[in-house]
Design a protein around this ligand. Structure first.
Ligand code: 5AD
Ligand code: SF4
Length: 476
């Protein structure tokens, strides 16, 4: 979400005539887009602001912007600790960065934080394709979160859950597809509950607007329940030009059979499910208010695997939630082992101000205990990831090309349908940049595996990219 907001800010500034720069020393504006989901953001922010002060001291017209969650949370504190900051904007008014930046020239420093989530055109104005991957776009389908996980600061900084109108989302994806985007990632804090608020509002008001609930669900009967997230994914997948649909993240308690069914029956919806476990201990899950037990989680996972062919599953796990005992942690190891994940983001519990868990100070776990548990969890995750990746050796995978490999420019990198990173050799006949451009779909035979990526051999170019490309014009 944070990465997406950064791209949104960049795109808005570019539309306003700014050009991107890779050097803060010569740039006119630096935007620090913060995320406060875990600690460290503060330390990093003030460290960076310290460095930027030196530039500001040299050049008065140099502008510093702080945006994102931390800005939302700490608003005035930022200006107090770093008075040389020109603009502080929160998570709900990202779209105003360009305008506000102009205003700082006449009005001086500005702090603008909107308290309430707003649902206006401007907030959601389509950010266009991703800057780094022009064939791919993130589409925010929902903002905010109505859950109250005891560790999580998101509801405080992102506000209540609001779904975007169905018709508007489809219009946005159609436009992206016309611009040559072939991969769409639907984003939401709780993406699988997309539409819940739309139907509740429609029922309450008695107004069943086709743009909001979708034409096909317009009858009052249909609109009582729909559109569901599965409906949205299916419709997005049917748009001409869209080959890959992804989404992140669903909440396990809300994963509906309709979502599994949409994934199972629509080839454009990729066979990857990010399914955040957080803990494998029922006691800790209850303290976290996650709304499921380990058994229920595994049941849902089993249903997903039974329904969806060749499904890759990844997860998020927090180690060291307050009061986590050795027994609780072993339960997490057991669930992780039986879930056979393809990969996991593992986090050390980080107390966030204002959250329920942050008040459980007397139950905080010693750092050395956490660090030991963290390492043990990594072993379990890597074991299943490696096994699942090794099982792919010899298979031919369709890979969407991201570009030259970062480690070895002679190799290319891309992603499989399961979202696995693959590095592959270019055969001599494929050296033409035109044919193997970023955004091409190619077939790669998998030759070896690690817990984090696959290696392979290019067999075939299936489709060339459709997005507009910038031509290099040499200056003479
Ligand atoms: N400490 C550690 N990890 C956290 N996450 C969210 N809040 C915290 C926290 N306070 C993790 C969760 C979530 C992911 C995005 O970040 O695992 O799924
Ligand atoms: Fe945070 Fe829980 Fe909402 Fe996810 S579902 S954003 S972890 S409160």
């Amino acid at each position: 979400m944070n990465e997406h907001d950064s791209e949104r800010i960049s795109n808005l500034l570019i539309r306003d005539g700014y050009v991107s720069s890779d050097n803060a020393l010569t740039a006119d504006v630096v935007v620090l887009n913060t995320c406060c989901i875990r600690e460290n953001a503060d330390t990093k922010l003030y460290g960076n602001l310290g460095h930027l002060k030196a530039i500001k001291d040299e050049r008065e017209d140099f502008k510093i912007v702080v945006a994102g969650c931390l800005a939302q949370k700490d608003r005035d504190l930022i200006r107090k600790r770093a008075p040389w900051v020109d603009l502080v904007v929160g998570t709900h008014n990202v779209s105003r960065v360009a305008t506000l930046l102009e205003e700082t020239s006449t009005k001086g420093p500005i702090v603008e934080i909107l308290e309430e989530s707003i649902l206006d055109q401007e907030f959601f104005s389509s950010p266009g394709p991703r800057l780094s991957l022009p064939y791919s776009a993130y589409v925010t389908v929902q903002i905010g979160c109505d859950n109250n996980c005891a560790f999580c600061i998101v509801p405080q900084v992102r506000g209540k859950e609001i779904s975007r109108p169905f018709g508007e989302l489809l219009g946005e994806v159609r436009q992206l597809a016309q611009d040559g985007v072939t991969e769409i990632t639907l984003l939401g804090q709780n993406v699988n509950s997309y539409g819940r608020d739309l139907t509740v509002d429609a029922r309450r008001s008695g107004v069943f607007d086709s743009k909001i609930v979708g034409e096909q669900y317009l009858s009052e009967e249909g609109a009582r329940l729909r559109p569901l997230f599965g409906d949205l994914m299916r419709e997005v997948a049917q748009i001409d030009g869209i080959s890959r649909v992804r989404f992140t993240s669903p909440h396990p308690k809300d994963l509906r059979p309709e979502t599994i069914e949409a994934m199972a029956s629509t080839k454009e919806i990729m066979n990857h499910l990010h399914f955040p476990l957080q803990s494998g201990s029922d006691r800790i899950l209850a303290l976290m208010h996650r709304g499921y037990s380990a058994e229920r989680y595994l049941e849902k996972l089993r249903d997903a695997r039974l329904g969806i062919d060749d499904l890759a599953v990844t997860t998020d796990i927090i180690v060291g939630f307050p009061g986590e005992t050795e027994e609780d942690f072993e339960a997490t190891l057991e669930v992780a082992a039986s879930a056979q994940y393809d990969g996991a983001y593992t986090f050390i519990y980080s107390p966030r101000p204002g959250t329920e868990a942050a008040a459980m100070v007397d139950r905080f776990i010693a750092p050395e205990v956490i660090s030991d548990r963290f390492d043990r969890l990594k072993v379990v995750i890597e074991r299943s990831a490696l096994a699942r990746h090794e099982a792919r050796i010899g298979r031919v995978e369709e890979v969407l090309v991201e570009g030259p490999s970062k480690k070895n420019p002679d190799h290319m990198s891309g992603r499989t349908g399961q979202n696995k990173l693959v590095h592959f050799n270019k055969e001599p006949q494929f050296n033409s940049a035109e044919r193997l451009g970023v955004g091409s779909y190619v077939e790669v035979e998998i030759t070896s595996a690690t817990p984090y990526f696959l290696r392979g051999r290019l067999l075939n170019v299936v489709r060339s990219p459709r997005h507009r490309r910038k031509l290099q014009v040499a200056a003479y």
